[in-house]
Ligand binder design. Structure first.
Ligand code: 13P
Length: 290
């Protein structure tokens, strides 16, 4: 059974460790991430964007694959299924499909007031159904059309306004960006993180763009109040690398090496190993039902 992500993140905030929120793209992804979390006895947030759900033919498929795998694999650690960067409309669809947690990303709305109003509405809806909800203040930069924008710094007063609506955890830009970081990236702003934390108290904060941030910097951010670390690209890169090595070694041409169960296995194993490493870096190993 799925749980919402509020309790596990409150425990992480109080215990000064982080919980990885890993994006899934398909059945192999979900199975690898579950395998890693179970082996490390870590609470887990599996998340999915609307785009990745569309690829899998909808939020319900993503949900059903996860809960069926949890049953078949006898998963004992708490698992939340979270909508990543949902639009207002996506939130309703994910709730209907059985997601246990949603993110409403109102940072792209025309005004901050719209973000505020819609977040308030969705907080009430999510909580009435026992779900947890994440909101976002300020945009998280990233690479669009080959141009990488600098990471934004969220306005601490806006963070407080959104926090006061009763969201369960909050994404705020502190110089982080999605995708791979450019060579001249200036790093996370611990000062801005401290300013936001001072106004939002024990609310768990979320670090998007978890790929490629030096481990000591992520750990410093965790010690300053980051409780959820979103990771997507990192697992895509290790999957692609392992698959490339398999093919470049000509293994798909040996025997039945073209069988998808063989072809996808190196990538599957690479995701398991990398997820386990990240869980240990964030410190949630052994925290099961803490
Ligand atoms: P990366 O792809 O940079 O790891 O970011 C993931 C993320 O923040 C999902 O919301």
């Amino acid at each position: 059974m799925l749980v919402n992500a509020a309790h596990m993140l409150q425990s992480a905030e109080a215990g000064h460790y982080g919980i990885g929120a890993f994006n899934t793209n398909n059945l192999e992804w979900t199975r690898s991430i579950l395998t890693a979390a179970e082996e490390e006895q870590s609470p887990l947030i599996i998340q999915c964007t609307a785009g990745a759900a569309k690829w899998q033919k909808g939020f319900k498929v993503v949900h059903d694959v996860l809960v069926d795998l949890m049953d078949e694999m006898n998963i004992t650690v708490p698992v939340a299924l979270h909508l990543d960067h949902g639009s207002y409309e996506d939130c309703f669809k994910a709730i209907d499909a059985g997601f246990s947690s949603i993110m409403y990303d109102g940072s792209h709305e025309e005004t901050f007031q719209i973000n505020l109003d819609r977040t308030a509405e969705l907080v009430k809806l999510a909580h009435s159904k026992g779900l947890s909800i994440e909101a976002e203040v300020g945009g998280i930069g990233g690479t669009e059309d080959g141009v990488t924008s600098a990471g934004e710094l969220a306005d601490p007063q806006e963070c407080k306004q959104i926090a006061d609506l009763g969201v369960d955890f909050l994404a705020c830009g502190i110089g982080n960006i999605h995708g791979l970081y450019p060579a001249d990236w200036k790093g996370l702003s611990m000062d801005r993180l401290a300013e936001i934390k001072a106004l939002t108290g024990d609310l768990p904060l979320v670090l998007h763009g978890g790929t490629g941030i030096p481990t000591p910097m992520v750990q410093e951010a965790i010690s300053h109040g980051i409780s959820k670390i979103n990771v997507n690209t990192d697992l895509q890169v290790v999957f692609a690398k392992a698959t490339r090595e398999y093919i470049e070694a000509g293994k798909d041409k040996q025997g039945k090496g073209y069988d998808p169960r063989k072809l996808l296995k190196p990538g599957f194993d690479a995701i398991v190993e990398r997820t386990k490493e990240l869980i240990t870096d964030f410190g949630s190993n052994g925290k099961g039902w803490a």
